[in-house]
Design a protein around this ligand. Structure first.
Ligand SMILES: N[C@@H](CCC(=O)N[C@@H](CS)C(=O)NCC(=O)O)C(=O)O
Length: 205
């Protein structure tokens, strides 16, 4: 199997952590989705990373589908519970964390446009999604260890990658003052999940 991703993609990071947690060997093929020379669209017509290329040549995307696929091919460290209701709860929280990341990416891309083409309303709309999403995740976490209680899950990986991406690309968002429980959560993730630290985006990227 091969994973096409950039080293800065928060969605690619999610999959790299899933691979490590589940001890699945996979070749990493560094791919910049914004490089016009890349052949990414042959694997994913959306031209986005991550993409997982299976040994039979089939391409799997997006990150939520890849994560579910990987969780199913190995029983090691289950990240999505077998119970359907619990699984939906994990995947809904993954979707929420990923949605915050999507909003952060849209703000980042907007800020990279020439100043006079940027829309303040658009940025404010995305910022509201980030603010509201963080409030919900923080409330749902409460004082529990992980989002699902004692069981570490894909929801925790997605939330960690989202918080890491906010720090990396939008450090002006002060989520720490509002949500001390998310600060503790992130510290716990760093301490207990080596792959989280190992997959941090490269400095100066
Ligand atoms: N929903 C997708 C989002 C993937 C995504 O947005 N990837 C970004 C990099 S972090 C990308 O490839 N962007 C290129 C583009 O939008 O053209 C997933 O979960 O995999």
């Amino acid at each position: 199997m091969k994973l096409l991703t950039s080293l800065t993609s928060p969605f690619g990071r999610k999959i790299r952590i899933v691979l490590a947690e589940k001890r699945i060997e996979c070749e990493l093929v560094e791919t910049n989705p914004f490089d016009p020379e890349n052949s990414l669209s042959q694997a994913n017509p959306l031209g986005k990373v991550p993409v997982l290329l299976l040994d039979d040549g089939a391409a799997v995307y997006d990150s939520r589908v890849i994560a579910e696929y990987l969780d199913n091919i190995s029983p090691v460290s289950r990240l999505i519970p077998q119970d359907h209701r619990q699984a939906i709860s994990v995947k809904r929280r993954e979707a929420l964390a990923d949605g915050i990341t999507d909003a952060a990416i849209l703000i980042l891309l907007e800020r990279r446009r020439p100043a006079r083409q940027q829309s303040r309303e658009w940025v404010a709309r995305q910022m509201t999604k980030i603010t509201q999403g963080l409030v919900t995740l923080s409330e749902e976490l409460g004082e529990r260890k992980w989002l699902m209680g004692d069981a570490f899950s894909l929801a925790d990986i997605a939330t960690g990658c989202m918080l890491g991406f906010l720090d990396f690309r939008l450090p002006d968002i002060d989520w720490r003052t509002q949500h001390p429980n998310l600060v503790n959560f992130l510290n716990r993730l760093k301490k207990e999940t080596p792959a989280f630290t190992e997959t941090a985006p490269p400095a100066n990227a």
